[in-house]
Design a protein around this ligand. Structure first.
Ligand code: FMN
Length: 147
């Protein structure tokens, strides 16, 4: 089972979260404010979605979630990070980079994705690719028994 945990103020990040959830039928979508993070290590996969705030920073709710994730054992969990931002800021999608660095060290990070504001039809190729790279790493991590 895959958990998609996202935070969105204006709807841009939410729209991608919903698009990814529709591509991955074995996923559950959670707003960050409603997720019980202690339950997340039980999932095979975790996808985090965030917008960027301040000067390339995590929004407050995502900063709290980040600290909670740091306390979990995610060594077997396949993860991915996506986010929306605006390229006219100095650190485009800085929040994605912050989660990427932590999850690269702590988990089996598969893929990251940065999108400019509300995704366009042309971004759909990248969103599909994101989902299939995540799915591929998830399949690789499962034990195969041949007999
Ligand atoms: C005060 C403020 C600061 C922002 N800082 C950044 C930033 O540093 N980097 C970035 O890429 N986007 C930044 N953004 C843009 C948002 O991340 C972007 O609009 C995003 O798509 C919003 O997502 P949402 O609709 O899911 O809330 C900022 C927006 C606001 C209002």
């Amino acid at each position: 089972m895959i958990a998609i945990v996202y935070h969105s103020a204006g709807g841009n990040t939410k729209a991608i979260a919903e698009a990814i959830a529709s591509i991955l039928p074995d996923s559950q979508l959670y707003r960050v404010s409603e997720v019980d993070s202690s339950a997340l290590s039980a999932f095979d996969g975790l996808i985090v979605g965030t917008y960027t705030w301040g000067n390339g920073e995590l929004p407050a709710k995502m900063a709290a979630f980040y600290r909670e994730l740091e306390t979990l054992d995610l060594t077997q969990t396949v993860t991915a990070v996506f986010g929306t931002g605006e390229t006219n800021y100095q650190h485009f999608c800085g929040a994605v980079d912050i989660f990427r660095d932590m999850l690269f060290a702590k988990s089996r990070l598969a893929v990251t994705l940065k999108i400019e504001q509300m995704y366009q039809e042309t971004d759909y190729v990248k969103i599909n690719r994101f989902a299939s790279l995540f799915r591929a790493k998830l399949s690789n991590s499962q034990e195969h028994t041949l007999s």
